[in-house]
Design a protein around this ligand. Structure first.
Ligand code: ZN
Length: 274
């Protein structure tokens, strides 16, 4: 076994569902997103995939598509949390009492939340959400946010690089992670507004489309401590996505930071509860 094989690789963007819902959730998402899942959506299957790919830990990003899903997702997140599974529950920012819900997430010992501006129908820099983001910033909760366009929705600019910059100018200490190499399928704008800035981004669903040359350019132009490996499993194969990341030949240090060191730093900083 070489050094790389022992690296405790972290997938910063994966999905799974409660066993009883997984079949229905995957079927629904396959239809609405016109995509084919690589796994059946269950946590056990994700763990099996992680074993096959040599991935030590995965961040499970749940999405509350309706405000009242919060409690169910929070409970399930508590149940599946383990040394290998790091669940991020989800708060609907426009539902009732998002601030109170953020406190419940912190009290449950979970590290943060996932937001999805399309499924949750908000614009990232909407001033009516500033109070919520201010509290998230103060609490030190991680905010992993879908950014860029989404397969399943019209191309409204709900979470594009300009809005990301506006939000983070306002909340510079917010522990924000942009997904999909800054903004899915809006990579010219990523180059214009995000690359090189101290903004954390994970790379799922991006290398396949950017191609090796531009993918490598992105990951070398961005600060080495702000890049995170992610797969969006089950919507890609974890092993294949990891292979793509490794094939970019980023050099041992940048690759180590991408595959696990930066993720570990984000995941081990304890949230400051208020
Ligand atoms: Zn995803």
């Amino acid at each position: 076994m070489n050094e790389t094989a022992r690296d405790p690789i972290i997938d910063f963007h994966a999905h799974a569902f409660p066993d009883a819902l997984a079949d229905r959730a995957i079927a629904h998402l396959e239809t609405s997103g016109d995509a084919k899942a690589f796994l059946d959506g269950k946590v056990a299957s994700l763990l099996g995939s992680m074993d096959r790919a040599g991935i030590a830990q995965a961040v499970i990003c749940s999405i509350a598509t309706k405000p009242d899903q919060f409690a169910t997702i929070l409970n399930w997140s508590r149940q599946i949390a383990s040394d290998r599974i790091i669940p991020l529950p989800s708060i609907h920012p426009k539902g009732p009492d998002p601030v109170g819900k953020a406190r419940l997430v912190a009290q449950a010992g979970l590290l943060g939340i996932k937001l999805h501006p399309y499924y949750q129908d908000f614009e990232l820099d909407d001033p009516s959400l500033f109070h919520f983001f201010r509290v998230l910033e103060q609490m030190g909760l991680l905010v992993v946010c879908h950014t860029g366009f989404d397969f399943a929705f019209p191309r409204d600019r709900k979470a594009d690089p300009v809005r990301i910059v506006r939000l983070l100018d306002k909340f510079p200490s917010l522990r924000f992670v942009a997904t999909h190499a800054g903004a899915w399928d809006d990579w010219d704008e990523v180059e214009r507004h995000l690359l090189g800035k101290p903004i954390s981004m994970e790379i799922s669903m991006a290398l396949e489309r950017l191609g090796p040359k531009r993918g490598r350019e992105f990951l070398t132009a961005h600060p080495a401590d702000r890049i995170l490996f992610g797969t969006d499993s089950p919507w890609t194969s974890q092993a294949e996505t990891l292979g793509l990341a490794r094939s970019l030949d980023l050099g041992p240090e940048r690759e180590r930071r991408l595959l696990w060191e930066n993720a570990r730093a984000l995941l081990t900083l304890p949230p400051v509860s208020k």
